[in-house]
Write a protein that binds this ligand. Structure first.
Ligand code: HEM
Length: 429
């Protein structure tokens, strides 16, 4: 794999997807759109996920991560479901400006519709697509009503600056060349693409930590020595916590959620790649698993060791004089791995996901020891099948270790109700 093949636009379209694209939802989803039609969607998404906007979401991510820690005190065995609630709530806030308290149907019926519509055994494909499409339109309508009510009350600023509101504002001011259904799929695609992927990565992090106890210990020592044990971690600590950042990177490399690259790419012109003739319209899968295990970039690739991603300066600061993993080549992507995909279809939510992973792990590792289940023989390759993969079995015990966390959750809960609005004052897109 070369830098030019990663960034090349020749391989950035999607093949025709009859069932998942055309029959299911008339190709409304960003994921299945061929390149030429999706410029406008991608532009809209980048507006919601640019660095300035990401700063606004950090407030919610911190509050939701505190909530995650608190929920685990009450029900440590339900940690996998709680991770899903955490990641779903973050992307739902970004898309629609509302939190998710529970993934149960009665709490947010529209979410349940989206989720069940995706269950392939439930209905015929077309009916499923229709159901999801209606739920997406209803969510758009919900935000539209909120904006209208706030305006009528003379308080337009009380509605959060989520992607859906941004889209509605744009549609009012300029022509957006998308039908109502296609338009409603733009925020919906964030939810579809961003919740399970991030939760699955956190599940892999727990598998890595329980099967490599040394990694957990060093990370917790860093956390406690830099920030102390008396307070929770926030994004303000990020610069001082390189181990957490590289732990996130190593997890993404070690177990790429989209093992075979996720949705397939298609070439849009003929190419010669390493002597192979690749005609136009060829389906191309970026085998993330193989790339992330390529010894050229990552010596001892099966080893789960975050040290491989520390920069020289960070190593010097941490007193690690030698980089133990020097490959013969450097992975050409900016992230240092391929887990967010390739070329123009690269994941637009990568930075939001990286922030969610960081804050969840920083807070969880402060409050909990993540321990192996006694007597369990771990198979680190026992993963589910499918586009997105995660460990097959729940694999860890979360042992609460910081009683002081209770006092941090309450302010966070209050902040969740009021904070979105005040977070807008940090700046505007
Ligand atoms: C750890 C978490 C995540 C992982 C591992 C991940 C990975 C990926 C991968 C591999 C792709 C396919 C890229 C390609 O075709 O080359 C993708 C696409 C996408 N992701 Fe993510 N993703 C994550 C989180 C998110 C989040 C949080 C969001 C949104 C808030 C998001 C939104 C999207 C969208 C909209 C696409 C479709 C892009 C397109 O087809 O043009 N992802 N992601």
């Amino acid at each position: 794999m070369s830098k030019s093949s990663i960034t090349s636009n020749k391989y950035s379209s999607r093949p025709r997807m009859v069932v998942m694209g055309e029959v299911y939802n008339g190709n409304s989803s960003i994921l299945t759109q061929p390149t030429e039609k999706r410029g406008v969607r991608r532009k809209l998404l980048y507006q919601a996920l640019n660095p300035k906007a990401l700063r606004l979401y950090k407030f919610t991510q911190e509050a939701e991560a505190s909530r995650l820690c608190y929920a685990l005190i009450q029900n440590p065995a339900g940690w996998e479901k709680q991770l899903e609630r955490f990641t779903s709530s973050v992307v739902f806030c970004v898309a629609y400006g509302h939190r998710i308290d529970s993934l149960e149907a009665q709490t947010f019926p529209l979410i349940a519709k989206v989720a069940s519509a995706l269950a392939p055994w439930k209905r015929e494909v077309q009916a499923m697509g229709l159901e999801e499409g209606q739920a997406n339109l209803a969510l758009l309508e919900m935000v539209k009503q909120e904006v209208a009510t706030a305006k009528a009350k003379g308080k337009p600023d009380t509605v959060s600056d989520d992607l859906c509101k941004l889209l509605l504002d744009m549609r009012e001011k300029e022509s957006v060349p998308l039908s109502g259904t296609h338009f409603s799929y733009v925020p919906a695609s964030l939810f579809g693409a961003g919740s399970d992927t991030t939760a699955s990565t956190l599940c892999s992090a727990s598998l890595g930590l329980v099967t490599h106890p040394g990694v957990l210990k060093v990370t917790q020592v860093e956390l406690d020595s830099v920030v102390g044990t008396e307070r929770t971690r926030t994004f303000a600590d990020e610069a001082n916590l390189p181990y957490i950042r590289v732990l996130c990177k190593e997890t993404l490399r070690w177990r790429p959620v989209a093992a075979l690259g996720g949705t397939p790419h298609a070439s849009t012109e003929a190419d010669i790649y390493e002597g192979w003739h690749i005609p136009s319209d060829t389906i191309v899968l970026g085998n993330n698993w193989a790339i992330n295990f390529n010894e050229e970039y990552y010596p001892k690739p099966r080893q789960f060791d975050k040290v491989r991603f520390l920069s020289d300066a960070e190593r010097a600061r941490l007193g690690i004089d030698k980089q133990p993993y020097v490959g013969s080549n450097i992975h050409p992507a900016k992230a240092g791995h391929s887990s967010f995909g390739l070329g123009r279809r690269i994941c637009p939510g990568a930075d939001l996901a990286a922030n969610s992973l960081f804050i969840a792990l920083a807070k969880l590792l402060w409050a909990y020891d993540i321990l192996p289940i006694e007597g369990r023989q771990y198979d680190i390759f026992a993963y589910t099948d499918g586009f997105n993969v995660r460990p097959k079995r729940s694999n860890a015990l979360f042992n609460f270790k910081a009683s002081s966390i209770r006092k941090y959750w309450r302010p966070s809960r209050r902040a969740l109700w009021h904070g979105w609005r005040s977070s807008r004052q940090l700046g505007s897109r």
